[in-house]
Design a protein around this ligand. Structure first.
Ligand code: F6P
Length: 323
């Protein structure tokens, strides 16, 4: 294989740059030319790519985001889009592709692989919902951003004897909310996998108050039916009966912009490097991820369209610890 390409797709995740850097430098070291495709599958369809040298990826390992840019591309979900993408790859003389991204991105990678094109996926999404990797690039940093916010909110919550809701990202997966809730010492955690209505949240907060707690933190996953907005609206509307209100903070995209932690820089580097080695070695049609602490591959066919479940035993633990 003489020329490969790399793209980042879907929501950016801190540590993606470390992965790009590793793909480029390992690729060059293995005697391959590495093309960077801008803006994910959208850029692929437009043929928007350039040849990357070692200096092009200098000074980026500590930066969040992706120097290649990213996009969500509906066109690539269609057969027509995928054939157009393959034609672009053929025209540019690209013989292998590294796709750094989460669920949607790896479904796209699988589609290319089914059509016979050599692809290796790199597990990257802050949501940690991707099958084939115990933890994905960006999760650790996003979690730290959430914890910093929770720690700060706890201080002011304590001063004012208030309850705060913190909404964290994660799409339909509660992993970030669950782990942020445990590590942040939350009183209540609301997940899409274990829904709670506002009355149940109120009952938990009342119990925390009765136990003499000076503050209460409720971590809510954005994908829960009752998100932070709906829960606080319910508290506002029933202020007289419930006896207290809650303040809500939505962390949103701030979670994607934190400088990658040491863990995410190392994970990005290890997975990116493994992807380049696998392409060169002729092993493709796989996702590289971290399984039981080791870099491991899983067929893209097994990854595409699947969602990794959260371990609800951790929620039971959180409930015990919130006593
Ligand atoms: O998949 C990563 C993620 O940040 C999710 O947690 C979130 O629901 C979504 O992307 C937001 O997407 P966008 O950046 O397109 O608004």
């Amino acid at each position: 294989m003489k020329r490969i390409a790399v793209l980042t797709s879907g929501g950016d995740a801190p540590g993606m740059n470390a992965a790009i850097r590793a793909v480029v430098r390992v690729g060059l070291d293995r005697g391959m030319e590495v093309m960077g495709i801008r803006n994910g599958y959208k850029g692929l369809l437009e043929g928007d790519c350039y040849s990357m040298g070692a200096r092009d990826v200098g000074g980026i390992i500590q930066m969040a985001g992706t120097i290649l840019g990213s996009a969500r591309c509906r066109e690539f979900e269609t057969e027509e889009g995928q054939l157009k993408g393959l034609e672009q790859l053929r025209q540019k003389g690209i013989e292998g592709l590294v796709v750094i991204g989460g669920n949607g991105s790896q479904t796209g990678a699988c589609a290319l692989s089914r059509r016979g094109f050599p692809v290796v996926g790199v597990a990257s999404t802050i949501d940690n919902d991707l099958y084939g990797s115990d933890i994905t690039i960006g999760v650790n940093t996003a979690l730290d951003v959430a914890l910093e916010a929770i720690d700060r909110l706890k201080v002011t919550a304590s001063s004012h004897h208030r309850a705060f809701l913190v909404e964290v990202m994660g799409r339909k997966c509660g992993y970030l909310a669950l782990t942020a809730g445990i590590a942040g010492g939350a009183e209540v955690i609301v997940l899409p996998e274990k829904e709670m209505d506002p009355e149940a949240v109120a009952a938990e907060l009342r119990a925390a108050y009765d136990k003499g707690k000076k503050h209460a933190i409720v971590v809510v996953a954005e994908g829960a039916n009752y998100d932070a907005e709906k829960i606080s609206e319910h508290f506002r509307a029933n202020r007289a009966r419930l006896g207290f209100e809650v303040r809500a903070t939505k962390l949103g995209h701030t979670q994607r912009g934190g400088n990658p932690t040491a863990f995410d820089r190392l994970l990005g580097t290890r997975l990116g490097a493994a992807a380049a080695y696998h392409l060169k070695g002729g092993e493709h049609g796989v996702l590289v991820g971290l399984i039981k602490g080791e870099i491991a591959t899983t067929p893209l066919e097994e990854v595409a369209g699947k969602k990794k479940p959260v371990d609800l035993r951790m929620l039971e633990l959180a409930q015990v610890l919130a006593k």
